[in-house]
Design a protein around this ligand. Structure first.
Ligand code: CDP
Length: 204
């Protein structure tokens, strides 16, 4: 088993983080944690009537497999519970433990390079223009039978961006030492290849 090596991948909604993170983890043989799922699972519990802080403290791995976690209602609820410092604090140890596991780990989210793993060996910040991101999310949701218009999806992405960037606790921003990848004009293969090249460079 190789030593711990943490890859932090942050960025706004639908920038391509998830796909890039899964591909990077597969390429290096590392474990992958989509930290957005933690906030989505807490958001889903809040929608079902549980206090978000209590939900965050009691979260289990089974909660991360919930079927409706990818819906836009749950995404909005996730970004609402994500502003609560006690919720973020309750999820911290699990994320840090995952990051330092032997064999290497990829974590994607909003604050991995800045707060969760400031000492990560590799940090990427994946972005794309808001219209490109909304178009990708619109396509993804349409594929699941969601009938919302492009403009509605755009408004949702903008609202979540605003909440994620303006919150006091762990706001979305690139770490000073993160390498930025703008995927607005890249297809997914190009974005993945670029991410792998950057990390290979950092691994030396
Ligand atoms: O997939 P998408 O990028 O749309 O969202 P996600 O990564 O699943 O995250 C859902 C929400 O959880 C975000 O809008 C953030 O408010 C919150 N989140 C966070 O605050 N910190 C993280 N490390 C990950 C997600």
């Amino acid at each position: 088993m190789t030593a711990a090596f943490t890859i932090a991948i942050d960025g706004p909604a639908a920038a391509g983080k998830g796909t890039i993170s899964r591909a990077v983890a597969a390429h290096f043989g590392f474990a992958h944690l989509d930290t957005g799922l933690l906030y989505r699972a807490v958001g889903a519990k809040m929608l079902a009537g549980t206090d978000p802080e209590a939900a965050a403290r009691a979260l289990t791995v089974e909660d991360l497999a919930g079927e409706n976690l990818r819906s836009h209602e749950v995404a909005q609820a996730a970004s609402r519970v994500a502003v609560i410092p006690e919720v973020r604090a309750a999820l911290l140890d699990f994320q840090r433990g995952f990051a330092r596991r032997a064999g290497g780990a990829v974590l994607d989210g909003r604050d991995i390079g800045t707060v969760i793993c400031p000492d990560a060996e590799a940090k990427l910040f994946v972005t794309a223009s808001v219209r490109v991101r909304a178009a990708r999310r619109h396509l993804e949701l349409a594929g699941k039978g969601d009938k919302r218009s492009f403009d509605e999806v755009l408004a949702d992405v903008e609202a979540r961006d605003r909440r994620d960037r303006e919150r006091a606790e762990a706001p979305l921003r690139p770490a000073a030492d993160a390498v930025e990848i703008d995927t607005s004009e890249m297809d997914i293969e190009t974005a993945v290849a670029r991410a792998i090249a950057v990390i290979e460079d950092l691994r030396g």
